[in-house]
Ligand binder design. Structure first.
Ligand code: NAP
Length: 313
């Protein structure tokens, strides 16, 4: 097995590379400096020179959390850059790597916003949430592309839908780009270190999110890559957690003793979002290795070492 990874230098990519190394599976990652997938000429020239791969795991994308400052502030870039990245990658796949099965990394926020339990046949059956309109629709359009390339050129793919992965090497920088787990961990650590009496949590704490430790998310993806073909598959634990519970686990992992303040006036996105994982489990019998608490404890530990320059991302 030899795998080409796009987006291999990001959060999930770095963790994927570590796991493939541990499993002695060959892979190739590249930076956008080596090949900018927005540029068609560069992309074709790069793919042309590569060895033949068995799998392409395509996860290069411009992405960030649901904060309006990011989703609105980057609206046109999300559409333009992601559109180019996916279009060029698919055409380069057809031209230079048609023997490879392409694993496309999708997201649960591309499901219709009106649905709370997300089934694969419903993926295109209604509009996405307004808060992620531009980003989520590029993932939908990529699904259209995958189907088209499979239909016209007989190429093989799997579109895997992630829950919300978290773990080491997640993005802990600018708060407008962070996802919920990193955002909360940063807040609790700051509150503890600066002796703040309370931590503000966006929403009333009842909103349900499906969070999965990154090693489990990647393990599930590698399994799905072998068991599914030319379809969408939800790869998840099928279990959602209220944000209140997530915040309490983080508070304990950080050792913060102040209060939680639930600010109902702040953005929270959709109320309930959990992937139905029956098709995935029926074929693979997959189980996660880490509980939410274990995943959070490992992430907090990693972040403190990383922030204090004890380890490098
Ligand atoms: N993080 C989540 O919560 C989450 C949830 C569901 C799905 N996903 C999906 O999972 C995938 C990976 O997410 P992530 O969190 O690991 O993202 P990330 O940390 O932001 O990394 C993005 C990756 O894409 C690459 N990239 C961006 N623009 C590129 C370009 N023009 N040409 C070549 N490479 C480019 C980046 O390379 P450079 O470093 O060289 O720019 C980087 O390796 C994405 O497709 C995302 O939509 C993520």
């Amino acid at each position: 097995m030899n795998i080409l990874i796009t987006g291999g230098t990001g959060f999930i990519g770095k963790n994927l590379a570590r796991i493939l190394t541990d499993r002695a599976i060959r892979y190739r990652v590249f930076h956008s400096r080596e090949c900018d997938l927005r540029n068609e000429e560069q992309t074709f020239a790069f793919f042309r020179t590569l060895d033949k791969f068995d799998r392409i795991i395509h996860m290069a994308a411009i992405q960030g959390g649901g904060a309006p400052e990011f989703q609105k502030g980057m609206a046109a870039s999300l559409v333009h850059d992601n559109g180019q990245i996916h279009t060029n990658t698919m055409e380069a796949w057809r031209r230079y790597q048609p023997q490879a099965k392409l694993i496309f990394v999708g997201t649960s926020c591309a499901y219709p916003a009106s649905m709370s339990l997300l089934y694969e046949p419903d993926f295109h059956q209604g509009p996405v949430d307004e808060s992620v309109f531009y980003y989520a629709n590029t993932k939908r359009m990529a699904d259209v592309g995958l189907r088209a390339y499979s239909l016209q050129y007989n190429l093989k793919y799997v579109h895997v839908i992630y829950a919300t992965p978290f773990g080491p090497d997640d993005y802990f920088g600018d708060p407008i780009r962070t996802h919920v787990m990193a955002a909360l961990i940063i807040k609790f650590i700051k509150a503890k270190e600066q002796h703040e009496p309370q931590v503000e949590i966006w929403g009333d704490g009842t909103q349900i999110r499906e969070l999965l430790y990154v090693d489990d998310q990647i393990d599930a993806m590698l399994l799905a890559a072998e068991h599914f073909e030319n379809e969408i598959v939800n790869i998840s634990n099928g279990k959602g957690y209220p944000i209140r519970e997530v915040a309490e686990i983080i508070r304990d992992a950080v050792g913060y003793r102040g209060n939680l303040f639930f600010n109902k006036d702040r953005y929270t996105g959709v109320k309930h979002k959990v992937l139905d994982n029956k098709r995935f489990i029926a074929k693979t019998n997959w189980k996660p290795k880490y509980t939410l608490k274990q995943g959070i404890e490992k992430t907090v530990k990693w972040y403190l070492l990383y922030r204090n320059n004890k380890i490098h991302s």
